[in-house]
Design a protein around this ligand. Structure first.
Ligand code: CO
Length: 251
């Protein structure tokens, strides 16, 4: 049973530089930072409401994360779903012939984790995690992750795939050939790739800021490049380490 979006994983060149935006400007509290030797990364988890943001800095060449950075630059890398039983979830997926990267869970920053093959989810790299039971996750964050936007050639097919794999219920929306799925209190919004510059896979994050006007002042001071509306702002990827971020004042 998937309980929530645990985190969105973002590959960055250097954690210290990414902290200037994610910790100092957005004010996401740092929960943990550690070297994950087998993945060749130094990783950090920042609290973002019900979910978290994971920043990943490659520490040696030749790893998946290092190759991603070389090929595509900084940006969204994977999404992690929180499950109470990662072992059972993997057994079930394996029994159904779903392509997995990890057949057995291993220790990660989010707890016991495992990756599915991106082919299994129409190009989206999905991680499953069972966090340690001591995880409080209660750190107050002024900015909360609400939604992950996914580009797909056929949104209905990709949506059906996520529903079939993880049992996410569809949320009714009336905006053309899009599909929205509920994951705990967060959502996945699957849109036609044409609407997002032809991009397939993870394309953007939507967040809600409780301190929107203070945040805009911090954007000014830090000279964050962004397109501003009255109650929402879209951060230019060059200011947010390759990630399209939509931040709004309201839920
Ligand atoms: Co992760």
């Amino acid at each position: 049973m998937i309980r929530r979006i645990h985190h969105a994983g973002i590959v960055v060149e250097r954690l210290a530089t990414a902290y200037e935006f994610y910790r100092n400007v957005l004010r996401l509290p740092l929960l943990r930072e550690a070297d994950i030797a087998d993945q060749g990364v130094r990783a950090a988890l920042l609290s973002a409401g019900d979910s978290e943001i994971e920043l990943l800095e490659p520490t040696r060449p030749g790893t998946g994360v290092a190759r991603f950075l070389e090929k595509r630059g900084e940006g969204l890398h994977h999404v992690c779903f929180d499950t109470s039983d990662v072992d059972g979830e993997l057994d079930d997926l394996a029994a159904r012939g779903i392509e997995l990267i990890d057949r057995e869970p291993r220790p990660g920053l989010a707890g016991r984790i495992a990756f599915l093959h991106p082919k299994a989810c129409d190009g989206v790299l999905v991680e499953l995690a069972t966090p340690p039971s001591t995880d409080d996750g209660d750190e107050q964050s002024p900015v909360r992750l609400k939604r992950l936007v996914i580009g797909a050639h056929n949104p209905a097919t990709t949506s059906a795939r996520f529903q079939e794999l993880f049992g996410f219920p569809e949320v009714a929306i009336n905006s053309g050939p899009r599909s929205m799925l509920a994951v705990g209190r967060g959502t996945l919004l699957i849109v036609p790739a044409d609407e997002v510059g032809g991009s397939q896979g993870m394309v953007a994050l939507s967040l809600v800021a409780d301190d929107f006007f203070d945040l805009m002042e911090r954007f000014d001071r830090a000279q964050v490049k962004a397109m501003r509306g009255s109650g929402e702002v879209t951060v230019e990827p060059e200011s947010s380490h390759g990630v399209h971020l939509h931040i709004s004042r309201y839920e």
